[in-house]
Design a binder for this molecule. Structure first.
Ligand SMILES: Nc1ncnc2c1ncn2[C@@H]1O[C@H](COP(=O)(O)OP(=O)(O)OP(=O)(O)O)[C@@H](O)[C@H]1O
Ligand SMILES: [Mg+2]
Length: 430
């Protein structure tokens, strides 16, 4: 492979006094040493069997060259050297693979040619500043267009190297391909946005659910009263037909109102069409990934025990994820005031009999006061200054609409454990 970025001289150890090898002659010398090992030895100054000064110099130079070579041939990051006309004068194999251009093709193009608009202009400014000496280095996260037209994400570190011949400052770059990382990050952000959206919808649904619950009873009393009035008026000589018509109207309206309430409740229930095959362990892992920053910030240790072969569920994945997310969020909140003992979040998934699957989420937090054990599942019950008191109500509705149950109990020696039981269709999976 042609070395585009040459190695500079040896360590200086064992050099002959008065004659310093230039980097170029040093490289030549080391190449000779590699290709012609049988060449007669230079006169040794170290006595019989010892290495002569020349030999030592060759070894030093070879070692140095090999080190530079392995650095350039590394499979982890691209190395680029941009020349006077802002063309890729040199690049390593990793960079060539990253962008899909050969070394020769890269020599004809500039980094700006394969940049995207917006980033291209910014990069051009950085190049100018490097060349004028205004800055010595820069770092950029930017996209590059590959030869096949696709885009990759790169993390770029660039610094100025003074060209020996022209005295100009030229950009030397180290390039990491972060496309996979960026895509994973984007997917996570999308998921977070979706969770927030679903949480809002669910909150509205839960509100509607509790409103419906509150007004369903008086409405049914209106219907009963109207029916009673009908009977009462069926006595001799009243304005029977007109009153009947009126009362039927009340019955009809009352029924209609009840139907509307049913409709609001239906919105809150999981839509069977949204159900698909769900692997609960994957949901747990997704939620932990989403909560990673908060868990780390709160110094919480996560311990998972996820059963290897669990049945696949038929469920609404986003809603179930919301349940696990709410429970994890509550666990984090419950451990926030904890000092002087470990903050541990334990998540376990297991078979719960032949047709059930159980996920338990346990924390070592403040625990639940006995009087709150039932109340906390009711909408709008909260002990938090900024809580809405909707999290558990939403969880319970979702779980029940999936035919499952959600219960809480004290954990030992501290904290609380929430058990989520879900019915399985009987199918096996991971
Ligand atoms: N893991 C837990 N440990 C101790 N108490 C808990 C735990 N989870 C819930 N609680 C109690 O139950 C209450 C209700 O929880 P819920 O999730 O419904 O609402 P919230 O967390 O207060 O507010 P939000 O609507 O923002 O979720 C909490 O305020 C808290 O007092
Ligand atoms: Mg909550």
């Amino acid at each position: 492979m042609k070395q585009d970025i040459g190695a500079s001289g040896g360590s200086g150890k064992g050099r002959r006094p008065g004659k310093k090898p230039t980097p170029k002659s040093a490289l030549k010398a080391s190449n000779r040493a590699r290709t012609a090992p049988a060449k007669p030895k230079a006169k040794s100054t170290d006595g019989e069997g010892g290495l002569g000064a020349f030999d030592e110099l060759h070894v030093d130079l070879r070692t140095s060259e090999e080190r530079w070579r392995s650095l350039l041939e590394n499979p982890l990051f691209g190395v680029t050297f941009v020349g006077q006309h802002l063309r890729y004068e040199g690049s390593n194999r990793t960079f060539q693979n990253m962008v899909g251009f050969s070394a020769e093709e890269l020599r004809q193009i500039s980094p700006l040619d394969i940049s995207v608009s917006g980033e291209r202009e910014l990069n051009a400014v950085y190049f100018k500043e490097l060349q004028s000496g205004e800055r010595n280095h820069y770092e950029m996260i930017k996209q590059l267009r590959r030869k096949d037209g696709s885009l990759i994400w790169t993390h770029l570190y660039v610094f100025a190297v003074t060209d020996r011949k022209s005295g100009e400052k030229l950009p030397f770059g180290i390039v990491f391909d972060i496309t996979d990382k960026k895509q994973a990050q984007d997917a996570l952000e999308e998921m977070r946005a979706e969770l927030v959206r679903v949480a809002r919808v669910n909150e509205m649904g839960a509100m509607a659910g509790s409103i419906a619950h509150e007004i369903a009873q008086p409405l049914s009393s209106i219907v009963t009263a109207a029916n009673a009035a009908l009977r009462w008026l069926e006595r001799p000589n009243p304005e029977i037909e007109e009153t009947k018509a009126l009362l039927r109207g009340i019955v009809h309206d009352g029924q209609r109102a009840a139907d509307i309430i049913k409709g609001i409740r239906a919105v809150f229930r999981a839509d069977p069409e949204q159900r698909s095959a769900v692997k609960v362990n994957e949901l747990v892992r997704d939620v932990l990934a989403l909560s990673q920053t908060e868990l780390r910030k709160s110094l919480i240790e996560v311990r998972t025990e996820l059963a290897e072969t669990l049945p696949v569920l038929s469920a609404d994945p986003v809603q179930l994820q919301q349940v696990i997310f709410n429970l994890v969020k509550n666990a984090i909140d419950a451990m926030d005031p904890v000092v002087g003992r470990d903050r541990i979040l334990r998540i376990k998934s297991e078979h719960g009999g032949s047709q059930w699957l159980v996920v338990s989420i346990e924390d070592s937090g403040v625990g639940i006061a006995p009087e709150n054990m039932d109340r906390m599942f009711k909408s709008l019950f909260t002990t938090k200054p900024n809580g809405m008191g909707m999290g558990l109500a939403i969880c319970q509705s979702i779980v029940e609409s999936h035919g499952g149950s959600l219960t809480a109990s004290p954990a030992h020696p501290h904290g609380a454990v929430f058990r989520l039981s879900l019915p399985t269709g009987g199918a096996d999976g991971a």
